[in-house]
Design a protein around this ligand. Structure first.
Ligand code: SF4
Ligand code: SF4
Length: 331
């Protein structure tokens, strides 16, 4: 795959060109100091040095709340229409790319692809960007087996950007930017945080976690159950499905909205029974999903080390020491 050089001075021209090729979204710092992915206004500069966005890019693939199906006798069952214009996401860090690779496995499994997710994913063009880990990141401490795949990747260097083509979609973009790029003597992409992803040798465990470990209660004693850690996690993707009948008595709407395993309601079923009625149980459940995977993807850790949960937790809970102990000591 091809490497090209791009000077920081020419970045605005590249952004303007990308805006002619699709809808361009990138990290932007708001007046509140928080960084969010959103549409890049013409002439604006993305914040490519931002450590992490408030919400991860999963919001582009799984909306917080959305109608997924409607019914009316005149039209039958109908899925909501999806835009077809390419959506270019620029400035995704390797952890967020790895998270999308995980969501792809979950929602685009060959035997049961989710049609809404698949339509949105096919529209996306991913442009990654290198970054430097801070004290909240764990990608370098517990490398992820998930690959940080994308279409183009930008290596940020002191004297400019190195652009690496990584897919046929990326090759088309590069051709559209050709006159703004320079050749480079570099043959190989430089070392970066990306190297922590796609590590085939990461040991994972299928073992069940001991429900009697005192750690669950100790963690739960400090947890407020607010759910912020799950909302901001790029791989947390649990949802609930709600159905509403129309007042006309013959139409209906089906909604999907984010759910949260730290909420008591998440595991409640008919009759008032709950599978995770104690916070300690819910904490163990979350830990297991983050560090050991679940369902058909059991054994595949889903934490990509973005650090958002540690930044957002109002009581500063950090699962790293426990993961270090439980996962490193597991054969
Ligand atoms: S568990 Fe925390 S650090 Fe890991 S991916 Fe989720 S938000 Fe990021
Ligand atoms: S963000 Fe912290 S307090 Fe809130 S649910 Fe998660 S661990 Fe508990």
């Amino acid at each position: 795959m091809t490497l090209s050089a791009l000077s920081y001075n020419d970045l605005p021209l590249v952004l303007a060109r990308l805006q002619t090729l699709g809808e361009l979204h990138a990290p932007l710092r708001g007046s509140d100091g928080a960084v969010r992915f959103g549409p890049l206004p013409p002439g604006a500069q993305p914040d490519l040095t931002a450590q992490r966005s408030l919400l991860p890019p999963k919001k582009y693939l799984l909306a917080p709340s959305e109608t997924i199906l409607t019914y009316h006798p005149a039209t039958g069952y109908q899925a909501p229409p999806q835009p077809e214009t390419p959506l270019i996401l620029l400035g995704l860090h390797p952890c967020d790319l790895a998270a999308i690779a995980y969501l792809d496995r979950l929602f685009m499994a060959a035997d049961s692809p989710d049609p809404l997710y698949t339509a949105r994913r096919e529209r996306l063009i991913l442009i990654g960007a290198s970054c430097t880990p801070d004290q909240y990141c764990s990608c370098h401490q517990m490398p992820s087996p998930l690959p940080a795949t994308c279409d183009l990747f930008l290596y940020q260097q002191a004297d400019g950007l190195l652009l690496h083509v990584e897919s046929p979609k990326g090759q088309l973009l590069r051709e559209a930017l050709q006159d703004l790029l320079q050749s480079t003597p570099a043959q190989q992409p430089p070392a970066s945080t990306r190297d922590h992803f796609g590590s085939a040798g990461v040991a994972t465990s299928h073992e069940e976690l001991d429900p009697n470990l005192p750690d669950w209660q100790q963690l739960a004693d400090h947890c407020l159950g607010c759910g912020a850690c799950s909302i901001c996690c790029p791989t947390c993707s649990c949802f609930e499905v709600l159905e509403f009948g129309g007042l006309d008595g013959c139409s209906a709407e089906r909604l999907r909205r984010w759910d949260n395993c730290l909420f008591k309601s998440h595991s409640e079923v008919a009759g008032g029974h709950s599978f995770q009625k104690d916070r300690a149980q819910r904490f163990r459940y979350r830990y297991r999903h983050k560090y050991r995977g679940y369902g058909q993807l059991r054994g595949l850790p889903t934490c990509v080390g973005c650090g958002r949960c540690r930044v957002q937790c109002p009581t500063g809970l950090d699962l790293r020491p426990l993961a270090e102990r439980l996962e490193r000591s597991t054969p």
